[in-house]
Design a protein around this ligand. Structure first.
Ligand code: URA
Length: 204
C-alpha cells in the first residue's frame, strides 16, 4: 500500500475542497437537502491504492455521514479485513452522495448530476485499482449497461486519456447482495474477485 508522503497533504486538501464544492453545489444533493440528514462524501486514505465504489448512502450512512457503516458496511469491513487491509488504508465512496428515498436504486438523472464529483474524487486519489460494488457503480465506471452478474470477476479498465488515467476495475457483487444471497457460491465469487485485486496490487 502507498506509504504516506507529502503528496497526501495535497490530495487531502484537494478532496476537502471538492467536498465543500460538492456540498454547496451538487445539482442532485442540494435538491435533496430537505429529505436527507446529510451528504456522504466518502472517506479513507487520500492516496489509497485501492478504492471501493458503492451505490448510495443508506439509512445509517445518512445518519452518520459516513459511507458503508450499516449492515452492508459491516460486511465490506469484513472483506477488507480478510484482504489484510484496513478501512483507513483504502478509500470508500458512492455513486450518489445522498440517500435516495426509500433506498431505491439511483435514477439515471441522479447519477448524471452527482457522479461527476465521484469522478473528480477518483482523479485526485488516482488509485491503482478500483472495485465497483454492484450494478450502478459498475455501469458508471465502465460506461456499460451489461449486468453485474455477467461482469463480475473480469478485469476492465477506467480510461481518462486527458488525465493519463487507465485504472484497472474489478466489478464484484454489492455486499448487500452478498448478504441477501449468502451462499457458498456467491461468497466464493466475491473472495475470488478480491484475491485477483490483491494480486494486481502486488500484495499477495
Ligand atoms: N450501500 C452503498 O452502496 N453505499 C453505502 O454507503 C451503504 C450501503
Amino acid at each position: 500500500m502507498n506509504a504516506p508522503t507529502g503528496e497526501a497533504d495535497g490530495a487531502a486538501a484537494a478532496l476537502e475542497a471538492l467536498r465543500r464544492e460538492h456540498d454547496a453545489s451538487c445539482p442532485h444533493c442540494t435538491e435533496q437537502i430537505d429529505s436527507i440528514t446529510q451528504m456522504v462524501f466518502g472517506e479513507g486514505n487520500p492516496e489509497a491504492d485501492l478504492m471501493f465504489i458503492g451505490e448510495a448512502p443508506g439509512e445509517e450512512e445518512d445518519r452518520t455521514g459516513r459511507p458503508f457503516v450499516g449492515r452492508a458496511g459491516k460486511k465490506l469491513d469484513e472483506i477488507i479485513r480478510a484482504m489484510g487491509l484496513s478501512r483507513e488504508a483504502v478509500y470508500i465512496a458512492n455513486v450518489l452522495k445522498s440517500r435516495p428515498p426509500d433506498n431505491r436504486t439511483p435514477l439515471q438523472p441522479e447519477v448524471d448530476a452527482c457522479s461527476p464529483y465521484l469522478v473528480r474524487q477518483m482523479q485526485i486519489i488516482r488509485p491503482k485499482v478500483i472495485v465497483t460494488l454492484g450494478g450502478p457503480a459498475t455501469k458508471l465506471m465502465l460506461g456499460t449497461t451489461v449486468g453485474i452478474t455477467r461482469l463480475r470477476g473480469q478485469w476492465a479498465e477506467y480510461v481518462d486519456e486527458a488525465r493519463g488515467l487507465a485504472i484497472p476495475v474489478m466489478p464484484t457483487f454489492h455486499p448487500a447482495y452478498l448478504l441477501r444471497n449468502y451462499t457458498p457460491e456467491t461468497r466464493r465469487q466475491v473472495w475470488s474477485d478480491m484475491q485477483a485485486v490483491l494480486e494486481r496490487l502486488g500484495t499477495r
